[in-house]
Design a protein around this ligand. Structure first.
Ligand code: PGA
Length: 261
């Protein structure tokens, strides 16, 4: 695998945290602390509500924005929803199929598939999150779950669109639990994901696609996950709300590129 050719990606998932004024103060702090790094893509996912004001404040040389959620239709009578077409020009990325959307809000594979396509239609890069629950893991079903979620999420994605997709392996049991996955299990999962992308889109697509890990990452364990073969970056929840930790993780990603050279 030509791992060196792929950028590193560090994503901050702020979830339903920070009011608009707090988000603005936090971004201000982060922009001062974080150096922009060639070859490290830093993506921030604030709440939809703060996106527009943060987009005016954002140093786009350092950061890009992601939508945490959206509805898959472009417009129409869908009270309370925001479409990705409405977020065009504000975000470059969108999370799709995050475990909290799948399991707290019961999003179906059909919703997830439609969202991947909707994002691509609007020129937004989908970050497709996949991962097994604790029960599925205990029952040795991780392989099947990943196979199904990748296959279903990518259904109807063309071979030119696959370049725009990022896949995040996020075991459900590792999210927000303080219990991160074992390096060897992550390595196996990523291999499986790439194998499936190769089966669907060919070897080159599997080598080029960015696959990242998420689940209880902090500044102390980030380096060990960035070392795992096939892992191009990290999706960070809790620790992304701490500017010191988040900027430290970004530096770690940058240093991991230097070490690869
Ligand atoms: P966590 O969240 O880092 O708090 O475990 C990760 C995520 O939800 O992507």
């Amino acid at each position: 695998m030509t791992q060196k050719a792929r950028n590193k990606i560090i994503i901050g998932n702020w979830k339903m945290n920070l009011r608009m004024d707090e988000a603005s103060l936090y971004l201000n702090k982060l922009q001062k602390m974080v150096k922009g790094h060639y070859k490290v893509d830093i993506i921030l996912g604030p709440s939809i509500f703060s996106l527009q004001s943060l987009s005016l404040q954002l140093d786009r040389r350092k950061f890009k924005l992601a939508a945490q959620n959206f509805y898959w239709r472009d417009m129409g009578s869908y009270t309370g929803e925001v479409s990705i077409a409405q977020l065009k020009g504000i975000v470059d990325y969108a999370f799709v199929g995050h475990s909290e959307r799948r399991h707290v809000f019961n999003e179906s594979e059909r919703d997830i598939r439609a969202k991947v396509q909707s994002a691509l239609r609007s020129g937004i890069k989908p970050i497709l999150c996949v991962g097994e629950t604790l029960i599925e893991r205990t029952n040795n079903e991780t392989k099947d779950v990943l196979f199904d979620q990748v296959l279903s999420g990518l259904a109807n994605v063309t071979s030119s669109e696959i370049r725009e997709v990022i896949i995040a392996y996020e075991p459900v049991w590792a999210i927000g639990s303080g219990e991160s996955a074992k390096a060897n299990d992550v390595k196996k999962a990523v291999k499986l994901i790439r194998k499936q992308v190769a089966y669907l889109y060919g070897k080159k697509a599997a080598e080029d696609i960015n696959v990242i890990y998420g689940g209880s990452i902090n500044k102390d364990n980030a380096a060990s996950y960035l070392e795992i073969e096939g892992i191009d970056g990290l999706m960070i929840g809790g620790a992304s709300l701490n500017a010191y930790q988040f900027s430290d993780i970004i530096e770690t990603a940058y240093n991991s590129i230097k070490e690869e050279k």
